[in-house]
Design a binder for this molecule. Structure first.
Ligand SMILES: CC(C)(COP(=O)(O)OP(=O)(O)OC[C@H]1O[C@@H](n2cnc3c(N)ncnc32)[C@H](O)[C@@H]1OP(=O)(O)O)[C@@H](O)C(=O)NCCC(=O)NCCS
Length: 288
């Protein structure tokens, strides 16, 4: 380790960051990121959700968080305080993240497309510093993810309906939602069920059961999704009512904006007035 690196490591203090440091990490994020997760979002995403992240650094300066899945490791958070930027801390934290992933046997470190839980679906393409850091560290840009925004201050519904027939799911719906997601959309079950438990899942029904479901606030307060319809109804517009009802519920909860996160098809959201607000670069680096 050269002199500079030793000094940087001393500042970072080589610390494992745990739930005891949550307030300090939340403060670091809120003063350093344009789109800062809340304390509760950080608590869930860094210290609760499986796989639990390894978090390292010094919350006064910067921290990195890595989650290791069977399929590879994911950089869940990397942030350096604005006052401490351009001094090599970001590089040091990323190097730690890579070695933590490598030590856990992960062949790749991915930035973005971590499912089902994520704070961002990739690197916001307005975050020039992070893009430069990854460029310098020789990450490959492999995909993109788009978030679509809806201005809830002017949202009134849409031409195809006003959310009629859709309602917020309650505890008594849990078994049916569990069965429905297990049968049709197993990879979205954790988000749908967490939303249901928080009273932020909207469902619609026909005489065969659930026709569509739309979660909001599952990982971040203003994120909407996932939205899913029963496979036999795909392409029939059956997801529109739950989507509109969820947007109304977010507006009624006092939010100014909703962001439909990591969208697949875009037309259902264009129909309710959404625009492509943020584009994220999904990157990865081979570690072995
Ligand atoms: C990305 C970030 C961690 C970089 O931290 P940092 O301590 O300033 O980075 P470093 O000083 O180690 O710089 C690393 C490299 O990136 C380059 N770089 C960093 N920020 C840059 C910027 N704004 N413009 C140009 N280059 C930049 C540095 O020049 C350096 O490359 P070099 O060695 O070739 O000169 C910091 O900008 C940040 O916290 N940004 C917000 C990140 C974010 O959005 N997190 C949420 C998603 S995980």
């Amino acid at each position: 380790m050269d002199g500079l690196s030793a000094a940087l490591m001393a500042q970072l203090a080589g610390r494992i960051v745990d739930a005891e440091h949550l307030d300090a990490v939340a403060s670091l994020c809120s003063r350093s990121l344009v789109d800062s997760p809340t304390r509760e979002e950080l608590q869930f995403m860094l210290f609760e959700v499986e796989p639990v992240a390894q978090v390292w650094g010094n919350p006064e300066v910067g921290v990195a968080a890595v989650a290791v899945h069977p399929a590879g490791a994911f950089l869940r958070l990397l942030v350096v305080d604005g006052e401490h930027r351009r001094r090599g801390y970001g590089k040091e934290l990323l190097a730690w993240a890579e070695s933590a992933a490598r030590n856990a046997g992960a062949p790749w470190l991915h930035v973005g497309h971590e499912a089902p839980w994520y704070l961002w679906p990739g690197v916001d393409t307005t975050e020039l510093g992070l893009l430069c850091l990854l460029d310098q560290a020789k990450y490959d840009r492999v995909d993109s993810a788009w978030n679509m925004g809806v201005d809830l201050t002017t949202f009134e519904g849409d031409a195809t309906g006003d959310g009629e027939g859709a309602r917020v799911a309650v505890a008594a719906d849990r078994v049916a939602v569990e069965e429905w997601t297990a049968k049709h959309w197993a990879h979205w079950a954790p988000e749908m069920l967490r939303a249901l438990d928080h009273g932020t899942l909207v469902v619609s029904h026909d005489d065969k059961g659930i026709t569509a479901a739309c979660a909001y606030g599952a990982s971040r307060e203003w994120f909407l999704g996932p939205v899913a319809v029963r496979p036999d109804l795909m392409g029939s517009g059956s997801g529109q009512a739950v989507l509109v009802r969820a947007l109304q519920a977010m507006r009624d909860a006092g939010l100014d904006r909703a962001e439909i996160a990591w969208v697949g098809p875009i037309r259902p959201y264009v129909r309710v007035g959404a625009t492509i607000d943020r584009v994220f670069s999904v990157q990865r680096k081979r570690l072995t």
